[in-house]
Each structure stands twice: as structure tokens, then as C-alpha cells.
Design a protein around this ligand. Sequence first.
Ligand code: UT7
Length: 327
Amino acid sequence: MQAVKILSTGSYLPPKVLTNFDLEKMVDTTDEWIRTRTGISERHIVEEGVFTSDLAFEAAKIALANAGLKASDIDMIIVATASPDNMYPSTACWVQKKFNIPGIPAFDISAACSGFVYGLSVAASFIESGKYKHILLCGAEVMSKVVNWKDRETCILFGDGAGACIVTKSEDGSSGIISSYLGADGTLGDLLIQPAGGTRMPASHETVDKNLHSVHMEGQEVFKHAVRTMASTGERVLKEAGMTADDVDIYIPHQANMRIVEAACKRVKIPMSKTYSIIHKYGNVPAASIPLTIDDAIRANKIKRGDIVLMTAFGAGFTWGGMVLKW
Ligand code: UT7
């Protein structure tokens, strides 16, 4: 077991709520279709002038306060995001600026919906190296600025928000990462992509006219891969932990679609009663989905020290990752 633990968590949702009924007025959809096909009823979205780093900063302040730490105690900042403030500087650097703690390393992780699990693995390795004590890890998204609000298949799915945690050493070894696994398959990258804005397709009048700066997704293909991979990742990390589904106290899946979660649970044989979900109220908040869910579960007294927590994630890339933690 890696003697690394999540010391504290925090989360932040922008106050504005966009319901399925609001979406009915924007695209050809219905509340009933969205709820039954995805499990989503509403999502939070930012006002103009609010950035991904703002959400990460708010969540991070709460995580710090819950840990009883000051900003100056942080010795590394990692932000996982699919909707960064800029191509560069990193969103982590903007968060660093807001805390006014120059000097420490700060960088983003680009692994879409798997970003938090990737980030936690990276943070754990740095903690284990002994060089860092308190790593601030955030998952933060402002998807509302990168979806095409005319595409009913994608705009109904995503929401904005941020979750943050402080990763540190488990001094008494009672908490830790029992097993973890990361994977990716870049050959399938075109199935879920923001086509323009990078060097493959720099911004032009044409890219703007064709809405190529927004999420493009082959929904059904992504769905199939997500179910298979979330399930196989869950099975793999449980096996590596020497555990079965019965040992899991709580399952925190990435939440892109409630039907994906249900299908993955069925394959891994985890009852839905052991799964904690926030998708109904927040939608799919890519890299923020898992930390938001963990924070919500902690505040609902559904996770306590000593619990066995299983996490699995899947996203663009494709990327995926899983972990079994003793909380
Ligand atoms: O986080 C990253 C990973 N992302 C995901 O995992 C997302 C994976 N994909 C999905 O969640 C689902 O594929 C969607 C929610 C995107 C779509 O659900 P689906 O059950 O796969 O629907 P579909 O694409 O098979 O479409 C069924 C019908 C189609 O109409 P026809 O051809 O049967 O007449 C669509 O045009 O539903 C239609 N449709 C809609 N109808 C009302 C698609 N989107 C909507 C909508 N409202 N918003």
C-alpha cells in the first residue's frame, strides 16, 4: 500500500443552475429524454467572466481550510482539466497566482474525464518521493464555454464545477492507495475531441463558423467503450488489491451518464446502493466529477476513515484509470 492519503477535500459549484427545462427552450430536447437517457436533471454553469481557475481556487480554499492548512503550506499545485483557462499558462499557474504562492511547481494534467485519477497517481508518486508534503490537486471545468449550445447530443451532458483535495503522506500508514492503474488508447482520439484551437487546427474564421472549438463526440461509440473500460478497470484494480466487489464500501465512478455507471456496476457486481452519484444535479463535469462526488459523499457522511473506496474513470484520449483506496 502507498502510504498516501487525501487529507481533506473541498468543492465549488457556480451558483447559476441550468435545468433540463431551460434546455428545452434552447434545443430540440425534453426533460424526460435527458433524465431517462443520462440521469441528469440540472447542471451548474458559470456567469461571464468566471474561469476554470476561479472555480479551482474556490474549491481549493475550502480543501485547505478543512485540512487546517495555510496556502503557504502547499508545495505543489496540480490541476486536472479539459477546459483550461488558456493553452498556456496552465490553469494551475493561475491558481498559484490567486493564492500568491510563487516558486512551487504548478502544472495541468490533460487526461479529460480521467484527469483526477491520473493526477492522484502523479501526486502520490511525488509524495512517496519524500520531496513534497502537501500537494493541492484540483479537478476543475468550465465546459459551458466549450460546448456547442446548438448540439443537443452534447450540450445537455456537461456542467461546470471544481473539486479539490490535499494529498499528503499517511504518517501512521492507516490510509493509503492499495492499487492503481492508468491506461490510454490514442488510436481512438477522434471519437471525443475538441477539434480546433491547437496546432492541428489553429483558430480561423472557418473553425469558428463550423463550431470546431467545441466538444465533438460519437456518443454511442464512446458509451460502449466507457462501459467496457470502466468495468475492466474496476475489476483490474480490485484484483490487484486482492479484493472482490464485496470488500468495497463505496464506489465513486466518473459520471458521464448514469446508464454507463449502472452497466459498469452490473459487470463489476457492485450494487448501486454502494455507488455515490451526483450526476443528477451536476451533469458530467469531466475532471471534476470524481473529486466533486467524493466531497459530496464526505459531507453526506458516506465516506469515513478506514472505508475501502473504489474509483474508476474514462474519458477523451481515450484515457482511463482506477484506484482502490483505504480512506
Ligand atoms: O465523459 C466523457 C465520456 N462521455 C460519455 O461517456 C458520453 C457517452 N455517450 C452518451 O452518454 C450517450 O451516447 C448520449 C447521451 C450522448 C446519447 O444517448 P444515446 O442513448 O446513445 O442516444 P442515441 O445517440 O442513440 O440517439 C437516440 C435518439 C436519436 O434519434 P433517432 O435517430 O432515434 O430519431 C437522437 O437523434 O435520440 C436522439 N437524441 C436526442 N433526443 C432528444 C440525441 N440527443 C437528444 C436529445 N434530446 N438531447
